[in-house]
Design a protein around this ligand. Structure first.
Ligand SMILES: C[S@@+](CC[C@H](N)C(=O)[O-])C[C@H]1O[C@@H](n2cnc3c(N)ncnc32)[C@H](O)[C@@H]1O
Length: 296
């Protein structure tokens, strides 16, 4: 019997925006995996948390090397960051941004780079250019201002606060542990009843994450997940109009794989969208074969 809903038609968006967000992938994950839910849901690369918060397992071990995303969710878990406290903060900060303009954005960015305050992280995540999360080699957030001084209008604040409220309600009664750690440590703690969803930074593509990612690390991860004693689903890009990702054929040609299309916006206009075929690789014993689909 499945503990997870088999389908989630309208996945919700969490309060953190990120360039690799997988909200739209949730229905495909749910309809492609089979897991009895007795162990832990494990997510070594949490990012925005879109997959976790829509899948809503009872027990989860969640990690990322970006301590700021983990801190936001830990703060919601302890109640320090709530819909009410965030509203107060965004109303105050939004007024200052409207009055002082972009100088104020850079003042908050500097303050955040000293203190790591999760309220400031949400402010910056929502007022930065394209909602990108990017840090320099010294670990300092370095995304420029989105140039909208009236960013924090009442309706926008309400939208973000509702997202925090949804996360806070979802967290209730759940045994979820958020930790800042490298994927190697997270995988080392898995046992046979668990299920791991992996969405690492994409190799061969420009990535702007808290940690760097290269081919050697991607190869190491591929070998490690094939050695897992539990089930897994692994997200990776498959091809675009220029080339195919050799990492998949090198490591996973024998594995079940479902594919879908995603559009990445690389500019302001419609024709600057890049179509990408993405893959979800699933460990064979956990693949739900439905609707005539089969493994590759
Ligand atoms: C593609 S994003 C995950 C996106 C997420 N699935 C979502 O829907 O938002 C990859 C994440 O991996 C994290 N990361 C990068 N290197 C890591 C490492 N060595 N160990 C753990 N997490 C890492 C990044 O900080 C980033 O949050």
């Amino acid at each position: 019997m499945l503990p997870l809903p088999r389908y989630c038609q309208k996945p919700k968006v969490p309060p953190i925006k990120s360039q690799g967000i997988k909200t739209r992938l949730v229905p495909l994950i749910l309809s492609s995996i089979q897991w009895d839910g007795k162990g832990w849901w494990v997510e070594p690369f949490l990012g925005s948390g879109a997959v976790l918060f829509n899948i809503q397992p009872d027990k989860a071990r969640i990690a990322d090397t970006n301590r700021h995303v983990i801190e936001v969710y830990r703060s919601i878990q302890t109640g320090v960051l709530s819909s009410a406290s965030l509203r107060e903060s965004l109303e105050q900060e939004g007024k200052k941004l409207a009055a002082q303009g972009e100088d104020y954005y850079y003042e908050v960015r500097e303050r955040f780079n000293d203190s790591g305050n999760p309220f400031d992280f949400i402010f910056l995540n929502r007022a930065s250019f394209n909602g990108v999360i990017r840090f320099n080699s010294k670990g300092k957030f370095n995304v420029p201002f989105c140039k909208k001084v009236d960013r924090f209008r009442p309706a926008y604040i309400t939208k973000v606060c509702n997202q925090v409220d949804w996360v806070a309600r979802t967290l209730q009664g759940k045994e979820w542990m958020f930790v800042v750690q490298d994927w190697r440590e997270t995988l080392a703690s898995t046992t046979s009843g668990d299920f791991v969803y992996l969405d690492p930074p994409y190799i061969g593509r420009h990535t702007d994450y808290f940690s760097h990612w290269n081919d050697a690390e991607a190869d190491e991860l591929a070998v490690a997940i094939k050695d897992l004693t539990c089930g897994f689903a692994y997200s990776m890009w498959k091809k675009n109009k220029y080339r195919e990702n050799e990492h998949l054929s090198k490591h996973f040609s024998q594995y079940p794989c479902v594919t879908y299309h995603h559009y990445y916006h690389v500019g302001a206009t419609e024709h600057l969208r890049n179509a990408m075929e993405e893959a979800l690789i699933i460990s064979p014993n956990f693949f739900a074969i439905e609707d005539g689909r089969s493994g590759t």
